[in-house]
Write a protein that binds this ligand. Structure first.
Ligand SMILES: NC(=O)c1ccc[n+]([C@@H]2O[C@H](COP(=O)([O-])OP(=O)(O)OC[C@H]3O[C@@H](n4cnc5c(N)ncnc54)[C@H](OP(=O)(O)O)[C@@H]3O)[C@@H](O)[C@H]2O)c1
Length: 326
């Protein structure tokens, strides 16, 4: 079985490559010239140099492939146009390359996001039948990628997975919270508690693998998530325990997010690097509930996340410490 992984140099992609090798698959990775290879077993994989915007490289990459795991994408960008060019346009380019250069693809897995579905009205969360209502450019670009993939579903079996917040070794987003707590503060935006779904990267990889290999998954969309949502305060307490600190809780007025976003966006324009906390992220952060249900994946794929959140955070903190990140 030959698998193509896009986004292999990224946080989730690196773990997926290792898992596919462990399952005995031949793995090819589409990577840019500039993509880091440092977490990849380069002697056990084939690297196809190219990018989502280079159609010729995509045609070469998909030749001889059985399963495509499409993870490459932008979670931060300088503009709405960049989000759409990379997430939606890139997905379309890859699907078109599959259609033109490989008629034997047995599965195309698109790694989308809960952001494509949008926030939930309450803590009980949404399932895959709820009409999407993204609130950010990122979410809208991922939803557009889903719509394109669904259209190509007439040509090849497509499966869409939507992870919520993903944490684990090498992640740089939840890491910001680890850093804050280890400095002795736990920042919270506004007094209202916020709730979100979360999953450890090792669990997520197992779900993505099943989405790519189970026959029943063709043409389906799945949330891959821990059953229980977390709150920021709850997560903060567990991280505090994991890093051995007692942080001082600081509640920031909601308006401070706008101020941070203004500075972040201004800095981004100067450095030409996507902002860490721009207006798009703030739009997502303002929502109270980002909760989804994983019951469909459990029922159809037998997928049940195994890593309890407290253990996963302890293990992640250990990795950050061992690698000098904390
Ligand atoms: N992390 C999360 O919490 C989370 C949650 C939900 C969904 N997701 C989705 O999961 C996927 C992977 O996320 P991640 O956290 O692993 O992201 P990441 O660490 O930021 O990695 C992104 C990957 O995409 C590649 N890429 C970006 N633009 C590309 C292009 N034009 N051509 C080829 N490759 C390109 C990057 O390559 P370079 O190394 O060359 O930049 C990198 O390998 C994304 O699609 C994201 O939307 C992530």
């Amino acid at each position: 079985m030959q698998a193509l992984v896009t986004g292999a140099s990224g946080f989730i992609g690196g773990f997926l490559v290792q898992h596919l090798l462990d399952q005995g698959m031949d793995v090819k990775c589409l990577m840019r010239k500039t993509s880091t290879r440092s977490h990849l077993p380069v002697n056990r994989i084939r690297i196809c140099e190219g990018s989502l915007q280079d159609r010729e490289s995509l045609q070469a990459a998909v030749k001889g492939i059985d399963i495509v795991f499409h993870l490459a994408g932008a979670t931060k960008a300088l503009s709405r146009e960049d989000f759409f060019r990379i997430n939606a346009g890139g997905t379309e380019n890859l699907l078109e390359a599959c259609r033109q250069a490989n008629s034997r693809i047995s599965r195309f897995v698109l790694v989308s996001s809960l952001a494509a579905a949008g926030p939930s009205p309450g803590p009980e969360g949404i399932d895959e039948t709820v009409a999407p209502h993204p609130v950010s450019h990122y979410g809208r670009s991922k939803l557009e990628a889903e719509r394109i993939a669904t259209r190509y579903g007439r040509e090849m079996p497509v499966t869409i997975v939507r992870p919520p917040v993903v944490y684990g070794p090498r992640d740089r987003d939840v890491y910001q919270y680890f850093k804050q707590v280890s400095w002795g503060v736990a920042l919270q935006l506004g007094r209202a508690e916020r709730y979100f779904s979360i999953i450890h990267v090792h669990d997520l990889i197992e779900g993505i693998f099943r989405a790519g290999t189970e026959a029943v998954a063709a043409g389906r969309t799945y949330f891959l998530t821990n059953a229980r949502p977390e709150s920021w305060q709850g997560l903060g307490k567990m991280i505090a325990h994991a890093v051995g600190k007692e942080p001082v809780p600081i509640i920031l007025p909601e308006v401070s997010a706008t101020v941070v976003a203004i500075f972040s966006e201004a800095l981004a324009r100067i450095t030409r690097k996507p902002p860490l906390l721009g207006f798009d992220k703030i739009r997502e952060m303002r929502e109270k509930y980002w909760v989804c249900k994983g019951e469909r994946a459990q029922k159809e794929l037998g997928f049940v996340p195994k890593i309890p959140i407290d253990e996963g955070l302890e293990q992640t903190a250990r990795w950050y410490r061992d690698n000098g990140w904390l």
